[in-house]
Ligand binder design. Sequence first.
Ligand code: PXP
Length: 247
Amino acid sequence: MIRLGVNIDHVATLRQARGGREPDPVWAAALSELGGADGITVHLREDRRHIQDRDLRILRETVRTRLNLEISLAPEIVAIALDVRPDQVTFVPEHRQEVTTEGGLDLLSHCDRVADAVARCKDAGIEVSLFLDPDPSQVEAAAAVGAVAVELHTGRYADAPDHASRQKELDALFDAGLRVRQGGLLLHAGHGLTLQNVADVARIPGMLELNIGHSIVSRAVFLGFERAVAEMKRAILDAVAAPQPGR
Ligand code: PXP
């Protein structure tokens, strides 16, 4: 069974556009769960551009599935995670000017910092996932720092301009997925996934969790949250049930 983690950051982005109280991401989380979400994902950014500390604390109390908190390695943010204790922390890189998380964590350059942050989360009973590009050397370093899971960055696959490059990126995800599992880690993926491109990623052997935000929130504007989550969940389940074309 693949878990669908619904990323509700964009609901908070809409709220912050007016600096008021609605739409409330806490409501989006509840409706996502009613629609079949297996987890709720939020990114508490250092600049607080969308999710606020208040959201995180309420979500910790109200989420009935799993709360996955995306954070950078910044000490003050790690301290908040240790205090709130989500079910899972996913470490991501963070750059002030980026529109969204642009690439995976550079584990090779920040090995000691990551290992230290992972150990502190583990001591607090929090599972740790690392958001990595499907790059063999990055993925193979994940087990050594004590992570439980790797979330493969599917952005390059999602943005591929043509069939050939999309296939090349998919091959890289399959290869990285194999390396993650050979390292004894759990396999997650996310970024840029939509109803149109989710099936091939869902079919990567051993895939356990997909984190999807923008596409679900975009469709929820027109269809409502429950329906937008339910149709994504169905697309994932159908993909896994169907034979793999061409593989
Ligand atoms: N996973 C991670 C680690 C992310 O940073 C994001 C974007 O916030 C997502 C998944 C979801 O990406 P999208 O909004 O493109 O579905």
